[in-house]
Design a protein. Sequence first.
Length: 272
Amino acid sequence: MSSKDHGSDLEESRSTKGQSPRRRHEDADFCSSTAVVVLTQKVFAETVGTYFLIFVGCGAFLVDKKYGSITFPGMAAAWGLVIVVMAYAVGHISGGHFNPAVTIAFAVFRQFPLTQVPSYIAAQMLGSILASGTLCLLYDVDQELFFGTLPSVSYGRALVLEIIITFLLMFVISGVATDNRSSGDFAGLAIGLTILINVLTTGQVCGASMNPARSLGPAIVMHNYKAIWIYIVGPVMGAILGAFAYNLIRYTDKPLNEITKSSSLLRSFTGN
């Protein structure tokens, strides 16, 4: 044993000397508990999913700006398709939120554990920042190629548009991904198509963020925070209102045993 190893062992023994065997056992159990392992898997899945959401969506924007080969409808398709792909790839692990507004709305209506909200939002932000940094390095991005979200109309109109399109997104998510009566096998496709529609109709007007992480990641990396509040307040408000609206029509008089059981993908969007 080297002196370095001996020193580390001595330091470890000192750090645990004051702990009872029961305390050390509890700490070991906590680190290896099923709950901690599962949450770690979920957080990693959210990070990876959000990373590729931003990498593909914003990457399509950069490729079109540099080479003119994608066009605006192509960029909208990229946003919708990457959501479909990642929802089916990791939706059964983390629920496939990739969006702090969606996570918050689920938590508000008790469809997602409140204790997991900070971890999910941190993972989503990390994925967005890492993807934005990757794009800046690979495409040599300057402020003229800013791939965040900026409105081309007044701030008030942009805010209203963000609320409306995020309302629609969350309404669809609530319908296809949390209601046992829906066909959960097509949840990812329906959500991806909703994002495609929203980007096509409002992307050139308000930016069609629908996702605070989507806007904050590029803003942080490129130090451009113009109108950023719109893309935090709008999506969160829209998501909460969309979830509330669907919850008004969710309930049925049928007993639970008569409601068609859904697939694991449907249930996974709530994180349960």
